[in-house]
Design a protein around this ligand. Sequence first.
Ligand SMILES: Cn1cc(C(=O)NCCN2CCCC2)ccc1=O
Length: 117
Amino acid sequence: EENKAEGDSGTVDVMAPCRQLLTELEQHEAAWPFQMPVNGRRFPTYHKVIVQPMDLHTVKERLESDRYKTRDDFCADVRLIFSNCDLFNEDDSPVGEAGHAMHTFFEERVTQLWGDT
Ligand SMILES: Cn1cc(C(=O)NCCN2CCCC2)ccc1=O
């Protein structure tokens, strides 16, 4: 049933900016390492080092299944992608550089959308 607590006629879709931002991340040219979970067979040490893997497809599934109740919940999973990347990759590696580029882009868009400091 429609949320009757809203001042306007319908419910407010607070997660709409998150879906838009996720689409921008997926379309970023540096997104190639982050689209799907890291393959543990190709990188056998990955799950020894990274305790909570995260990737853009997993974020998309969680967003579309209403698993995120606030934008901060969404942002925390996206930031996990970048902190995992920093931990597992050299800064001057192709994946490390892609992670830094994506992280910078993400935080710039978060500031534009929500004015976070
Ligand atoms: C996040 N991350 C990703 C990788 C990686 O190489 N991913 C494969 C990317 N391929 C591109 C086309 C198919 C898959 C390695 C370490 C790491 O931390």
